[in-house]
Design a protein around this ligand. Structure first.
Ligand code: NAP
Length: 457
């Protein structure tokens, strides 16, 4: 019986779902899968992107763990594609590869001053508060007024973490260094800026409603933002999600804190709509001093046009949460305009000719861009896997498909890889660190420590 030796690069939900779907697919050949991950631990954005105070979404880990714990997928953590293992290596040892490397960088925002000190991408902030091993351990939180550009769920996550009192995050798996920095934060006001109106936001109702439940934080919405046009009214009438969002916002219009009129809380979270960022102004030392935005208005079809009216909001720190962007992988075609691997339904396409490149596949955010919730990666993986299965005739014919070849290759290169057993060891260690403090887990943050614990060294 033919055997498919498959490499998957990226052990986030996209990679793990793809492996699971392939193993469950009816097929006329055997399958053996190796899952490579550049971090020492699996689960990608579920571990390093979902906010620590969202345990429900973190629960996806249980489903992913069940897949890995079945034992029919080999995990190679702490292995960097392009450094520790190359595309040529994979061609020597596998019939095909699926890239599931996601999108972890912040998209660029091209406005003057965006590179000022104290101006950050929200993805970096998320990586920091989620204890990602490759970002600095420290973060400067010294501003009282902080801005957040974007109206997606990442903007709300980051704004919530900034506005929330650190002690309210203590029961979560928030790393200690993060708790300490948040505890000392002098923030009083977090301003979220959306370039369109309340009926055109990208965030979801649950995430919005949650902001109103924060302890000692007042929600501030502005009366002038609710002069809905026909397109907004139609969106509210026809889309359940928009209707719920509108209902939540309408309640906040009635709060004593509305329009910035006051309120009891020591912190405020402002939602500014119709605000297109134009310029970041700086102080004499090059640090963020304010955001200038242009007031926009509805164009009648869900989009906006500028009104020419400029406004300036004093800020000491600014984040842009305007979407993620994929990163190129050595030797693999890349569409640098959209930050994805060019592909047709998951079959990778060459950059110049648009022809299918045999043996290369993509799934998840690196395939379709950083949109959609974790569950959407399942249908995505199904499409990619169905092509992989049907393409049997064009798989690579590897020189040495033996399973022993990979550990030997990595060992020969001095790569300290981590395996599934090692992940269980690290997982148990983190849970045991949390237990005496009544916390779910305390994450081990430094990469070398993660590797040492995983490898039982
Ligand atoms: P997103 O949902 O695409 O939102 C991006 C936001 O940035 C939009 O409001 C967009 O406005 C705005 N934007 C883009 N370019 C801009 C510009 N040049 N100037 C001003 N604003 C700009 O992206 P995301 O928040 O990064 O989320 C990515 C995906 O992960 C989404 O599917 C999200 O739901 C998911 N996610 C979910 C959760 C959760 O469930 N709790 C948490 C985090 C992320 P326009 O709409 O006008 O383009």
């Amino acid at each position: 019986m033919t055997k498919l030796r498959l490499a998957i690069v990226g052990a986030g939900p996209a990679g793990i779902y793809a492996a699971d779907i392939l193993l469950k697919t009816e097929r006329a050949f055997e399958v053996s899968i190796d899952l490579f991950e550049h971090l020492p631990a699996p689960y990608g954005l579920v571990r390093y992107g979902v906010a620590p105070d969202h345990p429900r979404i973190k629960g996806v880990v249980n489903a992913l763990r069940d897949v890995l714990d079945r034992g029919d997928i080999r995990f190679f953590g702490n292995v960097r594609f392009g450094e520790d293992i190359s595309l040529d290596d994979l061609k020597k040892h596998y019939n095909a590869v699926i890239f599931a490397t996601g999108a972890v960088r912040d998209a660029d925002l091209d406005i003057p001053g965006i590179d000022a000190e104290e101006s950050y991408g929200a993805a970096d902030f998320v990586s920091w508060y989620d204890g990602h091993p490759d970002v600095p351990r420290t973060w400067s939180l010294t501003a009282e007024h902080v801005g957040m550009i974007g109206n997606g769920n990442v903007a709300l996550d980051a704004a919530r973490i900034l506005a929330k009192h650190a002690d309210d995050l203590l029961p979560t798996e928030i790393p200690d260094n993060v708790y300490r920095v948040l505890k000392d934060s002098p923030v009083t006001d977090v301003h979220v800026f959306g370039r369109r109106g309340p009926a055109q936001v990208k965030f979801t109702p649950l995430e919005l409603r949650e902001l109103g439940e924060l302890n000692d934080v007042d929600m501030v919405v502005y009366e002038e933002d609710f002069d809905y046009d026909e397109a907004s009214l139609a969106a509210i009438a026809s889309n359940k999600q928009v209707k719920v969002i509108d209902r939540v916002l309408q309640k906040w219009r009635e709060l004593p804190s509305a329009d910035g009129a006051g309120g009891e809380a020591s912190r405020r979270l402002h939602l500014h709509f119709w605000a297109r960022p134009v310029e970041v102004r700086t102080d004499d030392e090059g640090r963020v001093a304010s955001l200038v935005y242009e007031r926009t208005q509805a164009d009648g079809s869900g989009g906006v046009v500028g009104t020419g009216e400029m406004r300036e909001v004093p800020l000491g720190q600014l984040y842009r949460a305007i979407g993620y962007f994929g990163s190129p992988l050595p030797g693999v075609p890349f569409d640098d305009q959209h930050g994805v691997i060019p592909n047709r339904e998951g079959q990778v396409l060459s950059e110049d000719s648009n022809d299918i490149v045999p043996g290369l596949y993509a799934t998840g955010w690196i395939k379709r861009g950083p949109v959609g919730l974790i569950g959407h990666t399942k249908s995505d993986a199904m499409e990619t896997i169905s092509h992989l299965v049907n393409d049997q005739g064009s798989w690579w014919q590897p020189e040495d498909p033996s399973e022993e070849a990979i550990p030997a290759l990595l060992a020969g290169r001095g790569v300290a890889w981590t395996d599934l057993e090692g992940w269980h060891r690290l997982d148990a260690h983190e849970l045991s660190l949390g237990e005496p403090h009544d916390r779910e887990r305390i994450k081990v943050v430094p990469r070398d420590e993660m590797v040492r614990i995983s490898r039982g060294e």
